[in-house]
Ligand binder design. Structure first.
Ligand code: ADP
Ligand code: ASP
Ligand code: MG
Length: 404
C-alpha cells in the first residue's frame, strides 16, 4: 500500500519529535510501501512568524507574507529529510515550488491549480522518500504562495490524489471526536465519519481537518484517515469515508466557532438599495459574513442581521459612514457559534426543537439560527459555551456517560 503521511505542527515541534517521526516513516518504508511525507511548520512557528511581521504594522504586502510563512515548513522538511537520511533511509526535502505545486495568485488563500508531479515521481522511482513542505506553492509568475491556515492537510490530500495513494493525517488527537475533546472532555471518538459530515464539521469550526482537504479527498476518491502521530494501529483513529452507517445517529458532532459578533441594521428602506450599499462596503473591506437574515416590517422597511468576527464588525462600524452607508449599526460582541452536524438530519425531524429545549433547560439564551441540510447553527454568548456544549452533547448522546 502506498501512502502519503502528513505530520502537523505539534507532531514535529522539537528535534526529538522529528526524530520519532523519521523512525515511524522509516518503518513504513522498510515494510515495502512507498511513502511520501508532508510536514507543517514546527509547533507554533506560523503564529510566531505572523506576530514577527505584524511588528512592522498592519496591511503587510501579502506576497512577502507568503514568502515569510513558507519558511516555517521549509525548516521542518529539511530537518526531517536529514533525520531520515541519518536512519539510512534515502530522503529528499522539497518546497512547494520544487514539488511542482502550482497555485493561483491569491496570496494567503491560494488554490492549487496543478501538481507537476515529475520531480516527486522521479525521487519515488529512485527509492527516495520525498518530504514535502505543506501549505505552500508557487504561482505562474514564480511568486511563493500559501494555501490558508491549516493548509498542509490540503497539500497532503492533493498529493495523494495526484499519486493515487492513500492519505494519513497525523496530529495531536487520536481521531475525530463528536466535539473538540479540549472543549468537551467526555466527547466520543468516531471510528468513521462521512466526508459530507466532516466537511460540514470542519467548515463550521472543527479545526482538526482543513475543509478543503476533505473536499478534495471526496472529489478524487482518496482514502483519508486521521490518527495520532506515531500510532500505527488504524483501528484507533478515524476513517473519513463516503459509506453511510445503516441507521445513523441524527447528530454526529458539534462544531464551535469562536469570535462571533452580531451586527444589526434597523429600519432599512424597502427596495434593497440600503442593503446593497451595506454589502458593497462589506465586500470592499473584504469582510467574511455569515448567518445573514432579514426581517420585513409592516411598512416595508427591514431589519438586517448578520455575524462576522469582532474585529471585522468594528472596522465596518468605523468605515461604513465614510463609504456611503449612513444608517446606524448595532454590534453584539462576545458570541460564539455552535453547530450540530449530522447526515441523519436529512431523515430525522425534531432536532432543532430538541436543541432549543435543551438550551432553554440549561438556561442558555440563543440568538441567530441558520440551517443546512445536515446542520443547525446558533449563536450564543461565549461565556455560556461550555454549559451549552455539555448539555447538547449529553442530550444527543455525543459524550460518554459520567461515572456515578
Ligand atoms: P495539526 O497541527 O496536527 O494540523 P490542529 O491543531 O490543526 O493539528 O488540529 C488538531 C486539533 O483539532 C486538536 O488538538 C483538537 O483540539 C482540535 N479539534 C477541533 N475539533 C475537533 C474534533 N471534532 N475532534 C478532534 N479534534 C478536534
Ligand atoms: N503551518 C500552517 C499553519 O499553521 C499550515 C498547517 O499547519 O497546516 O496554518
Ligand atoms: Mg491542522
Amino acid at each position: 500500500m502506498n501512502v502519503v503521511h502528513k505530520y502537523g505542527g505539534s507532531s514535529v515541534a522539537t528535534i526529538e519529535k522529528i526524530k520519532a517521526v523519521a523512525q515511524r516513516v522509516a518503518e513504513v518504508k522498510r515494510s515495502g510501501s512507498n511513502i511520501a511525507v508532508v510536514a507543517s511548520a514546527m509547533g507554533k512557528t506560523t503564529n510566531e512568524l505572523i506576530a514577527l511581521a505584524s511588528q512592522l504594522g498592519e496591511d503587510l504586502p501579502p506576497r512577502e507574507m507568503d514568502s515569510l510563512l513558507s519558511t516555517g515548513e521549509q525548516k521542518t522538511v529539511t530537518l526531517l529529510a536529514m533525520a531520515l537520511s541519518a536512519l539510512g533511509v534515502p530522503a529528499v526535502s522539497l518546497t512547494g515550488f520544487q514539488g511542482g505545486f502550482v497555485t493561483n495568485q491569491n496570496f494567503r488563500h491560494a488554490k492549487i491549480k496543478d501538481i507537476r508531479i515529475e520531480a516527486v515521481q522521479k525521487y519515488i522511482d529512485a527509492g527516495y522518500v520525498p518530504v514535502l513542505a505543506g501549505f505552500q506553492g508557487i504561482d505562474e509568475e514564480g511568486n511563493i504562495t500559501t494555501l490558508g491556515r491549516g493548509g498542509s492537510d490540503t497539500t497532503a490530500v492533493a498529493l495523494a490524489a495526484k499519486l493515487g495513494w492513500d492519505c494519513e493525517i497525523y496530529t495531536d488527537v487520536d481521531g475525530v471526536y463528536t466535539v473538540d475533546p479540549r472543549r468537551c472532555p467526555g466527547a466520543k471518538k468516531l471510528a468513521t465519519v462521512t466526508s459530507d459530515e466532516m466537511m460540514e464539521m470542519a467548515s463550521l469550526g472543527a479545526g482538526v481537518l482543513e475543509t478543503r482537504s476533505v473536499e478534495l479527498a471526496k472529489k478524487y476518491g482518496v482514502r483519508l484517515y486521521l490518527g495520532q502521530s506515531l500510532e500505527p494501529d488504524h483501528t484507533k483513529g478515524t476513517y473519513i469515508m463516503d459509506q453511510m452507517n445503516f441507521e445513523e445517529m441524527p447528530v454526529t458532532g458539534i462544531s464551535i466557532r469562536e469570535d462571533c459578533c452580531m451586527v444589526t441594521a434597523r429600519g432599512l428602506q424597502a427596495g434593497g438599495a440600503p442593503v446593497n450599499a451595506l454589502f458593497s462596503v462589506i465586500a470592499a473591506l473584504d469582510i467574511n459574513v455569515d448567518m445573514i437574515s432579514q426581517q420585513m416590517g409592516a411598512d416595508g422597511s427591514c431589519i438586517l442581521t448578520f455575524s462576522c468576527s469582532e474585529e471585522a464588525a468594528k472596522t465596518l462600524l468605523e468605515q461604513a459612514p465614510q463609504r456611503g452607508f449612513a444608517s446606524p449599526l448595532e454590534l453584539q460582541p462576545g458570541l460564539c457559534k455552535l453547530s450540530l452536524v449530522g447526515a441523519g438530519m436529512v431523515t430525522h425531524s425534531g432536532i432543532a426543537g430538541k436543541a432549543f429545549a435543551v438550551l432553554q433547560e440549561a438556561n442558555v439564551p440563543y440568538y441567530q439560527i441558520t440551517t443546512s441540510e445536515i446542520s443547525i447553527s446558533l449563536t450564543i454568548d461565549a461565556q455560556n459555551a461550555e454549559r451549552a456544549i455539555a448539555a447538547l452533547a449529553a442530550a444527543f448522546d455525543l459524550c460518554e456517560e459520567e461515572e456515578a
